[in-house]
Design a protein around this ligand. Sequence first.
Ligand code: HEC
Ligand code: HEC
Ligand code: HEC
Ligand code: HEC
Length: 222
Amino acid sequence: MAVGKMKKMRPYSPGQGRLLIHKYYWPLTGVLIVAVVGIIAYLSMSTHDHISGGRFVGFVGPGKCKQCHRKQYDSWQKTRMANSFDVLKPGVKAEEKRMAGLDPVKDYTGEETCLSCHTTGYGLAGGFVSIEKTPEMAGVTCESCHGYGGTYVNSVMDPKKPMFSTAAARESGLVYPPREKVCRSCHNERSPFFGMHYKFDYEERVKLGTHQHFQLKYEHGK
Ligand code: HEC
Ligand code: HEC
Ligand code: HEC
Ligand code: HEC
């Protein structure tokens, strides 16, 4: 910024004047840069602190959403998607697996090809790594449908300013409402269960598969 300002000043400051500006502005520019970098580092450290203990993450996990959305959380926990990691275990859904050409006694819980759809954020910042390291990210959690929370939780979505607009939340990363395209990122032909007769009717599946919906306290707009 300071460099930009200096350039602007150039045409107006002949010879000596220009040198003087260099002399006095360069140390100032240095101090400014150090200060700005310091402030940015401090701010990013403190915002990520309360999200995940100082680690930079994209995903915050359903436990975080639960703090403010208890009803949705409780209802979501009972859905098949919340527990979709369990079906990767050996012996579970054996008949279904056999019919889809999978090995019913095999342990698929570490299988990369399955994890992208049966966990949240696999391979992404803050997302699923393994059941031992990131148990909270197993299954299809809030952020699979609503987008990763690191960008909107505790910034736009702040209980002290609960009247934010949906547009502002969306701008910072909230996916709301999640439409058919979001579901199709997993409900597609890469799934071993996507057979000739596979049908995905959005309206019907939203009622079946997501959490119960509750009236929000405030109007947030479209
Ligand atoms: C592209 C995403 C995707 C991938 C990859 C994927 N799945 Fe799934 N899986 C799904 C979806 C979506 C369903 C739910 C299907 C439905 O009922 O609509 C499902 C359902 C299942 C079920 C339950 C079937 C039933 O009828 O109850 C099992 C078991 C399963 N998957 C195992 C696996 C295994 C093992 C792998 C890896 C070899 C795998 N999946 C890879 C998306 C995927
Ligand atoms: C991250 C991947 C992923 C996303 C995104 C996703 N699903 Fe699923 N869904 C799954 C998996 C995996 C299962 C299988 C769970 C099981 O059977 O254990 C499943 C199962 C379901 C089921 C239960 C199966 C049945 O036939 O009743 C419904 C309903 C469903 N999803 C609806 C949706 C809807 C609606 C959306 C979008 C709003 C959506 N899903 C988004 C992965 C996903
Ligand atoms: C499978 C996708 C999916 C998952 C997983 C999911 N949601 Fe939703 N969520 C939706 C859909 C779809 C809507 C409703 C959009 C509409 O009204 O058309 C919604 C709506 C909401 C709303 C608005 C109020 C309401 O009750 O409708 C909140 C808050 C919310 N979800 C929070 C959560 C939280 C917290 C979690 C995890 C505990 C979660 N969601 C998990 C799909 C999902
Ligand atoms: C610190 C509190 C807090 C946390 C944590 C939080 N939210 Fe929210 N959220 C809010 C508030 C406040 C509202 C507005 C509630 C109302 O109007 O009743 C809201 C509204 C929403 C809505 C509706 C948005 C709209 O424009 O209508 C969705 C969807 C949602 N939250 C999803 C999530 C998800 C997913 C997570 C976790 C990644 C999460 N929230 C974490 C406070 C929070």
